[in-house]
Design a protein around this ligand. Structure first.
Ligand SMILES: [Zn+2]
Ligand SMILES: [Zn+2]
Ligand SMILES: [Zn+2]
Ligand SMILES: [Zn+2]
Ligand SMILES: [Zn+2]
Length: 332
């Protein structure tokens, strides 16, 4: 009898032992939230084999729009590791066109003034001849057209059209150029403002090229070998921004300097030398963005005279300085 009781006790012991092992085995392990690490009772959500309290999931795991902070269901846009509803992305994250204020999704242009706009506006609106801005309501408050030339309303208040302004600018510039050593420039020269480029080409008989903004006409008669009745007339486009005007005038005044002093440079270097005058003017107004723009295009210009010739003369100037350059100008 004693053996049977012992046997029964052993069997009961075994049953309790296996039940325990079973209850604490994997399938009965207590479910914990992957986010807050607390026990889960009731409903829960699984994602990638992890379980979460419903609230923990909603608050911390589910994808939310970085703009409106609302949960994202379905498609979304990703930028800089942040997620957005497609609508929020379009309305608040994408950059807006400065011309039409609509979001920019495709190709766009960034101009030197920091404006960005859709590429396709370029074919419909002209660029301002002085500042290169796209002439449009929102960018420049419009502009105006004069003899096929486009001037924006930002530049409009700065353009030179007045004879008195022309005179003052000439006078001031002459003083400055004399300070550099460019002497023997007449105290006054007739300066005529021309509205159309075509007319300027006609006067200059220079074959049409987009860049021409000024021209100096030099006439004289000869008695024997002596020049008499020398006459200069400078023609410059009307409606140029004052800085642009000053630079063109400086270029023309360097032509006058060459004529008046009988200096004959190599043909390919004449325009390059005169462009040093324009560069001087732009260098004198470094705070103005137009200077930066114009200098950049002068250094990029592929024209053999106005571009290449200018770069040659400019490196000579940088090496020698104005006085020494002018002293040896006949050798170029
Ligand atoms: Zn939790
Ligand atoms: Zn959103
Ligand atoms: Zn646009
Ligand atoms: Zn402009
Ligand atoms: Zn010239």
């Amino acid at each position: 009898m004693i053996n049977i009781e012992r046997g029964l006790a052993f069997v009961i012991f075994l049953i309790i032992f296996f039940l325990n092992t079973f209850l604490y085995s994997e399938s009965f392990k207590i479910l914990k939230c992957k986010f807050c690490k607390n026990k889960i009772n009731g409903r829960y959500i699984t994602q990638e084999k992890n379980a979460y309290h419903e609230q923990c999931y909603k608050d911390h795991i589910q994808l939310k729009c970085d703009h409106c902070k609302i949960i994202i269901n379905g498609k979304y846009n990703l930028k800089d590791e942040k997620n957005y509803h497609p609508q929020c992305f379009r309305d608040y994250i994408l950059e807006k066109c400065d011309v039409c204020y609509k979001p920019i999704e495709g190709e766009y242009v960034k101009d030197s003034w920091g404006n960005i706009y859709h590429n396709y506006h370029r074919s419909k609106m002209p660029l301002c001849e002085s500042c290169n801005r796209l002439i449009s309501k929102n960018l420049t408050d419009g502009g105006y057209l004069i003899k096929k030339r486009s001037i924006c309303n930002i530049c409009w208040v700065h353009v030179i059209n007045d004879a008195k302004d022309v005179k003052n600018i000439y006078y001031k510039l002459r003083e400055e150029l004399m300070g550099l050593g460019l002497d023997n420039i007449p105290k006054s020269i007739p300066i005529k403002l021309i509205d159309s480029k075509e007319e300027l080409y006609r006067i200059s008989s220079i074959p049409s090229s987009d860049g021409l903004q000024g021209y100096t006409k030099y006439t004289y008669q000869t008695i024997g070998k002596k020049k008499v009745n020398e006459k200069f007339t400078i023609y410059i486009l009307s409606n140029l921004h004052w800085l642009n005007f000053r630079a063109v005038l400086a270029h023309e005044m360097l032509h006058v300097y060459l004529f008046n002093n009988g200096i004959s440079l190599k043909e390919s270097l004449i325009e390059g030398f005169c462009n040093l005058g324009s560069k001087y003017v732009y260098d004198s107004s470094p705070e103005n963005k137009i200077s930066e723009l114009k200098l950049e295009s002068m250094f990029k210009n592929s024209n053999p005279k106005y571009g290449k010739g200018f770069r040659i003369m400019n490196s000579e100037l940088e090496m020698k300085g104005w006085r020494l350059l002018l002293k040896n100008l006949d050798k170029y």
